[in-house]
Design a protein around this ligand. Structure first.
Ligand code: IPD
Ligand code: CA
Ligand code: CA
Length: 277
């Protein structure tokens, strides 16, 4: 049986308190020297603050909600293979490269799921002091303002968010397919934080966001916001996303999503794209 609605409001309240505290710590840290290291590649950055903020959340979640499990980027969370129970998807800093280089346009992202259903989501754009938040069924909000349901949309008047990686030669997709999609759209943007880009889709500032690779902590909160405003979520070819597995992601207004996923399905038929390469 689903839990009482009020537990989700309590979780929202706690998560908002912690996310604002984490934001204050990040603002303070940005003024001083950061310890920056690389992970899988020289461009894959991690700082002392990614780890500190992850531990900050995990301590608090474990103290307040001992039965809940946590999936998080820097490895202090739990090993989670199935979506039963309550799971927190946590990205302590989404947009670490922006955090290090631009000192803006990074976010803390927290999504809470019950048996695979998104219940509570918060994305905090720290330097803008903007909070995008949702309790499933109660509306999605940009700070105090309730977000409207997304309209149908169409690709030729759409502004898309696409990371430049996919427009150049890469190991996942023939860039010509992505260029075709970009050409058919009105314009493209790239903000360097998937969480912020997902929040922008929910807020109607972007008509769609697509990427060939994303992890559960990147989209945990964003998907709940987008679902609440009637956006469509899937892998780029329209197949259903497995929450804990990640992979490619296409989110957006219904009509825009349909047109983009059609282009990708044609590319698959032509042998130009294979999911999960
Ligand atoms: C990254 C950002 C980036 C996206 C990458 C993510 P991180 O997250 O969201 O915009 O393109 O795929 O890994 O590493 O800064 O938390
Ligand atoms: Ca991330
Ligand atoms: Ca991160």
């Amino acid at each position: 049986m689903a839990m009482e609605t009020s537990i989700w409001h309590k979780i929202h309240e706690d998560a908002e308190k912690w996310i604002r505290e984490a934001g204050a710590l990040l603002k303070k840290a940005i003024a001083g020297p950061l310890d920056v290291q690389t992970k899988a590649s020289p461009d894959d950055l991690v700082t002392n603050m990614d780890k500190e903020i992850e531990r900050f959340f995990i301590e608090r979640i474990r103290a307040a909600y001992p039965g809940h499990r946590i999936v998080s980027e820097e490895g202090y969370g739990d090993e989670v293979n199935a979506d039963e129970g309550v799971i927190w998807l946590l990205d302590p800093i989404d947009g670490t490269m922006n955090f290090v280089h631009q000192k803006r346009h990074f976010a803390v992202s927290v999504g809470v799921y019950e048996n695979g259903v998104g219940r509570v989501g918060l994305i905090y754009d720290v330097m803008a002091d903007d909070l995008y938040h949702v309790v499933r069924g109660d509306g999605a909000y940009y700070n105090e303002t309730r977000l409207e349901l997304l309209d149908e949309g169409r690709l030729d008047t759409a502004v898309l968010s696409i990371n430049g990686t996919w427009l150049n030669r890469n190991r996942r997709i023939d860039p010509e397919i992505v260029r075709t999609i970009a050409r058919r759209a009105r314009g493209t943007r790239s903000y360097g934080s998937a969480a912020i880009e997902l929040a922008y889709v929910a807020a109607g500032r972007l008509d769609a966001y697509l990427t060939m690779r994303l992890a559960p902590w990147d989209y945990g909160a964003g998907l709940i916001l987008i679902e609440e405003v009637g956006g469509v979520i899937s892998h780029v070819d329209g197949r259903e996303l497995n929450l804990l597995k990640g992979g490619s992601l296409l989110v957006g207004k219904k009509g825009v999503h349909r047109e983009i996923s059609q282009v990708i399905r044609q590319a698959i038929a032509d042998g130009l794209y294979v999911e999960g390469q």
